[in-house]
Design a binder for this molecule. Structure first.
Ligand code: DCP
Ligand code: MG
Ligand code: MG
Length: 435
């Protein structure tokens, strides 16, 4: 992997180091959620009025003043359908309606829903995909540029609805629409919530909406806003996506995949425990990564119920107080973490396999091609990087991430100047030392 770090605007290089989320692949899930976790129990802040959730006759009273109150927030999670495949069908409209798979090297990274009907699936070898569906269209998806560009377009579009948008990977965004819901409640005014207020599309577990329940009303309005977001994404970018609407990030992400593609699901509070209970094991809880799940398995915690009932003090001894409390709360569907916009990525990276390289010349060519891609992106980005880092991962049959070695150095001051005057040259000067 090669990356430019600490990218900052030319005038203000005050950026801190942070990995570009979508291209860092190990323990991604766990890292993402750990970053936003809030170890202070904010449920202590719950105002009594909000906690009661009672109907007062005036619809504005469905609104609360502290939009951070857990249980009263409205969070949407949108995951685009077969993302790379949809992008390829936009780039090549003649592929639409036919089974299509996007591959990197010999692996299918995604496929459209037509191909899924034949049994083709993500992370299947290309040869197996061809066996399942001999007429599948195969598109190489190793150049991430088109996916990256559309990905940021979607985030930007969602920012038009609410400033609180958090990217998770290339094709997912959390949007905190609590304030927007508050606004809609104000618009409803004292006339009262319309009796025909309904949830758009699915309600998890088919629960009936109770328009006398403040939380239900807020989530129903949230489902309308989520539908508007999906329509805007389709009309302006041409992509479909699935959405989950719930009172926190964890639950919104969990339910967004309940009905796919191009559908949405709203989770009412009474179904939270059913939703958590439907998970087969703790590793399926977003925020519990593979390492923690392994640790829990070691403690013989293999189910959500097992985690919920495991003595917290023992868990704290084993995982540390903060982590133990966090995952214990997650197992009950409690997640106080806020939707945190990250802004532009703080590092730009690219990677490729050196498996087929058998000489220094071939290695040099491979590194040059990575560098050219990165410099092109850097030029488009316009910010000035401070360091460049090259990371080599040696894999082994037993441990995929075995032996990660990095070297980094400052980026020469004149690089950006040179890039702007001369552009990205097709030939870069790279020295490869034999040691
Ligand atoms: N991706 C990848 N490598 C993986 C998994 C996914 O490169 N191991 C890429 C291809 C996907 C994109 O990330 O298009 C988004 O991943 P998702 O898991 O959301 O899968 P899709 O969007 O493709 O399909 P779905 O409709 O199931 O969300
Ligand atoms: Mg997706
Ligand atoms: Mg996704």
């Amino acid at each position: 992997m090669m990356e430019f770090n600490e990218c900052g605007p030319a005038a203000d290089p005050q950026y801190s180091l942070q990995e570009e989320e979508e291209e860092e692949d190990d323990d991604d899930d766990e890292r993402e959620w750990r970053c936003t976790v809030d170890c202070i129990n904010r449920s202590l802040l719950t105002p009594a009025a909000a906690a009661s959730g009672e109907l007062t006759g005036d619809s504005y009273n469905y609104a609360i003043q502290d939009t951070d109150v857990p249980g009263y927030r409205v969070i949407v999670h949108i995951d685009l359908d077969c993302f790379y495949a949809q992008v390829e069908m936009i780039r090549n409209p003649e592929f639409k309606g036919f089974p299509l798979a996007v591959h990197q090297k010999h692996l299918v990274v995604t496929c459209n829903y037509e191909a899924r009907k034949y049994g083709v699936s993500k992370i299947m070898s290309v040869s197996e995909a061809k066996e399942k569906c001999p007429h599948v269209i195969l598109v190489c998806g190793e150049d991430l540029t088109p996916y990256r560009e559309i990905s940021y377009k979607i985030t930007e579009l969602l920012e038009g609805f609410s400033p609180l948008v958090e990217r998770l990977g290339f094709d997912e965004n959390f949007v905190d629409i609590t304030k927007l819901v508050e606004k809609r409640l104000q618009q409803i005014g004292s006339g009262g919530v319309p009796a025909d207020l309904s949830v758009i599309d699915h309600v998890y577990g088919n629960r009936a909406l109770n328009t006398a329940d403040a939380k239900h009303v807020r989530l129903a309005l949230g489902s309308q806003i989520a539908a508007e977001m999906r329509t805007a994404i389709y009309n302006r970018v041409g992509l479909t996506g699935s959405a989950g609407i719930a009172s926190n990030k964890l639950l919104a992400k969990l339910v967004s995949g309940t009905f796919k593609p191009n559908q949405q699901t709203t989770l009412l509070p009474e179904s939270i425990q059913d939703c958590m209970g439907s998970l087969m094991h703790p590793g399926q809880v977003p925020g519990i990564g593979p390492k923690t799940a392994q640790h829990l398995a070691f403690l013989r915690i293999g189910t959500i119920r097992g985690l919920q009932t495991f003595p917290l003090d023992l868990l704290e001894k084993d995982l540390g107080v903060c982590a133990a409390q966090r995952i214990h709360k997650l197992s009950f569907g409690v997640d106080d973490s806020s939707v945190t916009p990250r802004g532009p990525p703080q590092s730009l990276s690219d990677e490729d396999s050196f498996r087929r390289c058998s000489s220094l010349v071939e290695i040099r060519i491979k590194i040059e091609s990575l560098l050219i891609c990165l410099l092109t992106r850097l030029q488009k980005d316009g910010r000035t990087p401070r360091t460049i880092r090259l990371t080599i991962r040696r894999t082994s049959a037993t441990n995929k991430w075995f032996n990660r070695e990095s070297r980094q150095c400052p980026v020469p001051n004149q690089l950006m100047q040179k890039l702007n005057t001369e552009g990205v040259k097709t030939k870069c000067s790279i020295r490869v030392k034999p040691d």
